[in-house]
Design a protein around this ligand. Structure first.
Ligand SMILES: N[C@@H](CCC(=O)N[C@@H](CS)C(=O)NCC(=O)O)C(=O)O
Length: 233
């Protein structure tokens, strides 16, 4: 069977999956999708990911998009990094925290980045909304990690990997640079513990194997923020 194909860039959602692939020791081919060049909209890629985002995977007959779905599928299949008893309280707890990261932390942190670093003025109302909500949600994780070594259960799981993808960027998300870590010391403790794992080092090293466009020029903005085209008409 051909090797698992992993479509990625170095952004938080793909990096969660890179970490799990490395933790599982699964052989995979990393295929860069340069979103600033619009490669997420290539017709061939849309067959893999109709949502035109990264990450996605193709593994034999399995084609999947959306990072948290991929994490759950691969962990279940490997029977690792996830509570396997479907009816257990541990499985329920794991799903709550995984979905909280999928539907809360990810989207709200993403919008906090957008309105802080990319949106045109006036943006005070939107930035205030997303900054407030990002802080509220990260405080939940901070409190959870103050009394728990891991986010779900007593073991390192895919929830911690989903957390890691975003926590790496928290100073950028909140616009608070290093001061972030005095407000979120337990987030930092957990981030550092995961980053120290050899699998995390390998996941971080992945992007050095490919060249991604770094300029945020007009072409990149057109691909990344297509909604703005409507305002030009
Ligand atoms: N819910 C999706 C979100 C994927 C997503 O937004 N990916 C970003 C990178 S973290 C992306 O592809 N951005 C490029 C774009 O929006 O064109 C997931 O978790 O996989």
């Amino acid at each position: 069977m051909p090797m698992l194909k992993f479509y990625y860039n170095a952004a938080p959602n793909p990096m969660k999956v890179a970490l799990l692939l490395e933790e599982l020791g699964l052989p995979y081919e990393a295929i860069p999708v340069d979103t600033r060049k619009g490669q997420q909209f290539d017709a061939a890629y849309l067959k893999v990911n109709p949502n035109a985002k990264v990450p996605s995977i193709v593994d034999g007959a399995v084609t999947m998009f959306d990072s948290n779905g991929i994490l759950l599928f691969l962990a279940d299949r490997a029977k690792k990094f996830v509570p396997l008893d479907l009816a257990s309280p541990q499985r329920g707890e794991m799903l709550s925290w995984l979905m909280f990261i999928a539907s809360g932390i990810g989207p709200f942190s993403g919008q906090s980045v957008h309105f802080r670093h990319a949106a045109p003025e006036p943006k005070e109302y939107a930035l205030n909304r997303y900054d407030f909500e990002a802080h509220r949600q990260w405080k939940l994780l901070e409190d959870r990690l103050a009394s728990n070594k891991f986010l779900a259960g007593n073991e390192y799981s895919i929830v911690d990997m989903a957390f890691w993808g975003w926590a790496r960027l928290l100073p950028h998300v909140l616009g608070t640079a290093d001061a972030t870590w005095t407000t979120y010391p337990n987030v930092k403790r957990h981030l550092d513990a995961i980053s120290a794992r050899p699998a995390a080092t390998r996941a971080e090293a992945l992007k050095s194997k490919h060249t991604f466009k770094t300029e945020n020029d007009d072409e990149a903005k057109r691909f990344m923020f297509p909604q703005n085209e409507r305002l030009k008409k």
